[in-house]
Unconditional design. Structure first.
Length: 127
């Protein structure tokens, strides 16, 4: 059977958000007593682009949103994006709206730029 790209839609946002939610629930019920140190920071003494993520999640669980944001702004913004993207996926699946059509190359450059800016922030703040 031939697939029609116009009617076929993969709900990536919902799937990723479900995985993050399951991970968050597991993180809440089974907290890491002694989190693993960042090997990149241990070797280079420079924080990696995801440093502060564990502290971010603990602060999110305590609803300290501002503190969570400052531990790693990029991860915080990605989590907000995932919620919005999941809502988009639900609306697309119920055929309320059409899927977004964006230039993936521009999206890649934007993501790369945000990762670099976040990394600079983490280095300056010594997270």
């Amino acid at each position: 059977m031939k697939k029609n790209k116009e009617t076929e839609y993969f709900p990536a946002g919902l799937i990723i958000n479900a995985a993050v939610l399951i991970g968050g629930i597991a993180f809440y019920f089974f907290p890491l007593k002694n989190a693993f140190p960042c090997m990149f920071k241990e070797i280079t003494n420079i924080p990696c682009p995801t440093c502060g993520g564990t502290r971010l999640y603990y602060n999110l669980l305590d609803l300290n949103l501002l503190k969570a944001f400052f531990y790693n702004p990029l991860i915080f913004l990605i989590l907000i994006f995932l919620v919005i993207y999941s809502i988009h996926d639900i609306l697309v699946l119920f055929r309320t709206i059409q899927p977004l059509n964006f230039n993936k190359n521009y999206f890649r450059y934007i993501i790369l730029g945000l990762i670099i800016l976040n990394w600079i922030y983490l280095i300056i703040m010594d997270i």
